[in-house]
Write a protein that binds this ligand. Structure first.
Ligand code: FES
Length: 126
């Protein structure tokens, strides 16, 4: 990431310091500001009525599809989506993190799969 567009550095007021290269600031610029796909297909999960959940929006959690707090270090600008289940039900929770109806799957993973396919095909013909 270009140091001039590092949102974490801007938020913390480090933009002046970034103009002078410093090895200690590099990890900040390696944090993601966009979600990453945890998987290509959604997770089928049974929700319990009245229970609160925190859906991982960054894609870095090891307890997918739920937040384990990893976003604090890997994607500090992204917050989990907290929600309460209204009744006991099985749902499909988004894993590609591109859904427009978070936390539920809206089929956006098909676009992600297609983009991956195009990239791999382009790689074959290089
Ligand atoms: S670990 Fe992904 S939102 Fe918390």
């Amino acid at each position: 990431m270009n140091a001039s567009i590092c949102l974490v550095a801007v938020r913390r007021g480090w933009t002046q310091r970034l103009r002078r290269p410093s090895p200690s600031l590099v990890p900040c610029c390696l944090q993601s500001t966009q979600p990453v796909a945890a998987a290509r297909l959604p997770y089928r999960v049974k929700l319990s009525a009245g229970k609160r959940y925190a859906w991982c929006a960054c894609g870095h959690s090891k307890k997918q599809p739920f937040c384990d707090g990893t976003h604090v270090s890997k994607a500090p600008t992204i917050q989990p989506l907290r929600f309460t289940a209204d009744k006991d039900k099985a749902v499909m929770l988004c894993a590609c993190k591109q859904t427009k109806g978070a936390p539920y799957c809206d089929g956006s993973h098909l676009k992600v799969i297609f983009q991956d396919l195009v990239k791999s095909i382009k790689g074959v013909f290089k």
